[in-house]
Design a protein around this ligand. Structure first.
Ligand code: SF4
Length: 222
């Protein structure tokens, strides 16, 4: 595995926003967390809720991002996007955050290579179901790099997506590798239906709702 050991403070990034909130997803749900949202994504999931991060942003170096993160006084940091790994300095940022003593998670689309990510980082990797419109972008070569500290997240728009997820989990033995999270697309799939299917099928996954949508209706910066 190619691991980035250097974390140059001057490495450049494009940042959409940095803010403190509670973690809305993953097994870290509910933990006070600083979010660092990197700008840009090469995908266009039809249900994307962060399209505002596709463009714009502010040019920052790693040192200034570290300083702002530190100002929030929180241990947990989530690097998200967009697709953070679409920026070549993202691995350097992740390493620098780990070196600064943070507990770091990375939210990534599953379309880009995760092998250069610092092994101290918990990778929350999407697999895109057909209803996203981006199923063809799944980089299945990433799966062997996942370990017990990582998580796979599959967002489901309908019953077809659920059946796809079940088959994908079985084919790649995902639940033996790491936690698997299934979420309904808000407004498309009734959460109670998904919960019932999971119990009916005795699927060893974790059902999740996006806490930040329940609390703040997806307001930016919350
Ligand atoms: S990968 Fe994430 S940020 Fe990119 S389009 Fe899909 S949901 Fe949006």
């Amino acid at each position: 595995m190619a691991v980035s050991t250097a974390a140059p403070a001057a490495a450049k990034l494009r940042i959409t926003e940095i803010f403190a909130s509670v973690q809305g997803e993953s097994t870290r749900v509910g933990l006070p967390t600083v979010f660092v949202r990197l700008t840009g994504c090469p995908l266009r999931c039809v249900w994307c809720d962060t399209a505002y991060a596709f463009q714009g942003g502010e040019g920052r170096d790693v040192a200034s991002v570290l300083e702002e993160v530190a100002s929030h006084g929180l241990r947990h940091v989530c690097v998200t996007g967009g697709e953070p790994l679409s920026q070549k300095s993202c691995p350097a940022l992740l390493t620098a955050l780990c070196d600064a003593g943070h507990s770091v998670s990375l939210e990534t689309s599953g379309a880009l290579d995760i092998s250069a990510v610092d092994p101290r980082v918990s990778r929350i990797m999407d697999l895109k179901a057909p209803g996203s419109g981006e199923e063809a972008r799944n980089r299945y070569e990433n799966i062997p790099f996942l370990n017990a500290a990582d998580e796979v997240k599959i967002v489901l728009a309908d019953a077809t997506d659920y059946e796809w997820a079940k088959a994908c989990i079985a084919e790649h033995a995902l639940t033996r590798r790491c936690a698997v999270l299934l979420s309904p697309v808000a407004g498309n799939l009734e959460p109670a239906d998904l919960a019932e299917w999971i119990v009916r099928d005795r699927l060893p996954v974790r059902f999740q709702l996006q806490l930040h949508k329940i609390l703040w209706n997806d307001a930016r910066g919350r």
